[in-house]
Design a protein around this ligand. Structure first.
Ligand code: NAD
Length: 420
């Protein structure tokens, strides 16, 4: 990284800063580090789409494959107005390390389309999705690069994705994408997987620190797939959910939010606003609440050098990708906050995506119990391996998780050699 252009808000720089620390600690060869710092392939597509009113809108889309050293690239597709190439590159690299931390045989990729899915009709969303798939078609597939949902996308978008890919391939190819509806080869337990993984990490962190879940409170930023399911899962082990938010603001109730009511309200209104069971707070205030656990489950860099000193939570479990900036790492470490880093905490999603891909390729489907038990084993073992690495090397959990993941990717990259 060129320090002249390094910025706290650039997520790729945030990724590189942690990679550099982990690589130095592992004593990796400089040539190898330069390979791991670079994305293998970056695709940009311009997509003219006819809108409902007859006008044509040209959307910009990206797909970045950071690494295919350990297997096909794997990673979600984000539909949001602030999607940009640097962000997609960072998210792709984080997928590489994440897949390696939980040891699933994938590399890392990510995609995004600059659009506002909340302002588009269903037809417009479908046309954008299908056009995007055809734009990146030559570079994806079950053995090349397997997308999944992320912010602003869901099972319906994945269904259109799989249909478009299958139609063009003249084959039924459900393993081309994960996070699909169950009827199209989706896996039981996939919708809950990321939030359930967050809960398992919180549970293991509490156990590690000798804290009782039934005496703990949590604030969750974000109430989408990851935020809402994390909140429900954390409540299921007795943790009191006192605050939640969406992009417009937060709700706080010291006696615990009525999650069932809130979920119903969200399904109809698609926003927290208007729900009566709590006091309004800003997202900034939510992050600084005096709670035991904080789950940032929205977007990047929400905890940074400007607010890290004000964080009061004892534990942070990163549901979102990149919610803590590299500069904030040191401030949180100095305060003694126990951070479960994103590449471990939200890896439940990609773990069950891997199970979905395996089931689709076998055309043999597992029970919810089989999915949950296998996922729990992987998450608990990966948590233990990270904490063990942190203790052995005297490093933070974040750098320990990077060391675990980076070392595995370095090993395959070294073994494969440089093809010339
Ligand atoms: P989502 O679109 O379902 O929900 C996002 C939530 O964040 C919404 O409540 C939205 O209102 C809120 N939000 C958006 N921008 C915000 C901002 N600037 N400030 C505060 N709140 C904001 O998305 P999701 O799938 O839940 O993903 C959330 C995060 O989790 C992302 O970082 C994503 O990359 C990560 N993640 C998702 C999965 C998955 O399986 N969906 C897996 C791993 C990681």
């Amino acid at each position: 990284m060129n320090p002249q252009v390094a910025s706290e808000d650039n997520p790729y720089h945030a990724m590189e800063a942690r990679l550099d620390l982990a690589a130095a600690r592992l004593g990796l060869e400089p040539n190898l580090i330069s390979i791991l710092r670079t994305c293998e392939r970056e695709i940009t597509v311009s997509m003219p789409v006819v809108m409902d009113d007859g006008s044509v809108n040209v959307f910009e889309g990206f797909r970045v494959q950071h690494s295919t050293s350990r297997g096909p690239a794997k990673g979600g597709i984000r539909f949001a107005m602030n999607v940009n190439r640097e962000e997609v590159r960072a998210l792709a690299a984080w997928m590489t390390w994440k897949c390696a931390v939980v040891n699933v045989p994938f590399g890392g990729g990510k995609g995004g389309v600059v659009c506002d899915p909340f302002k588009m009709s269903k037809g417009e969303l479908e046309r954008v999705t299908r056009r995007y798939v055809t734009g990146i078609m030559d570079f994806i597939g079950p053995d090349r690069d397997v997308p999944a949902p992320d912010m602003g996308t869901d099972g319906q978008v994945m269904a259109w994705f799989m249909d478009t890919y299958s139609m063009h391939s003249r084959n039924y190819l459900p393993a081309s994408v994960t996070g699909k509806p169950i009827s199209l080869g989706g896996s039981l337990g996939r919708i809950e997987a990321t939030g359930r993984g967050v809960m398992l990490c919180a549970r293991e962190a509490l156990k590690h620190l000798g804290m009782n879940p039934k005496e703990c409170t949590v604030a969750v930023q974000g109430s989408g797939n990851v935020g809402m399911i994390s909140a429900l899962q954390l409540a299921s082990i007795g943790i009191k959910v006192v605050a939640m938010s969406d992009v417009h603001g937060a709700l706080y109730n010291e006696n615990g939010l009525d999650l069932a009511g809130l979920r119903k309200h969200m399904q109809v209104q698609r926003k927290l606003d208007g729900f009566k069971g709590g006091d309004r707070l800003s997202n900034k205030e939510l992050l600084e609440l005096s709670v035991d656990i904080l789950v940032p489950a929205a977007t990047e860099n929400v905890i940074n050098s400007r607010n890290a000193a004000k964080i009061q939570a004892k534990i942070i479990v990163e549901g979102a990708n990149g919610p803590v900036s590299a500069k904030a790492d040191k401030i949180l470490d100095d305060k003694g906050v126990f951070v479960v880093p994103d590449i471990l905490a939200n890896a439940g999603g990609v773990t069950v995506s891997y199970f979905e891909w395996v089931q689709d390729r076998m055309s043999f489907f597992w029970t919810q119990r089989e999915v949950e038990e296998r996922m729990e084993r992987i998450m608990v073992d990966s948590f233990a391996a990270t904490v063990d690495m942190a203790q052995r090397f005297g490093e933070s959990n974040r750098i320990a998780a990077y060391m675990l993941g980076v070392d595995r990717v370095a090993e395959t990259t070294r073994m494969r050699g440089i093809y010339a």
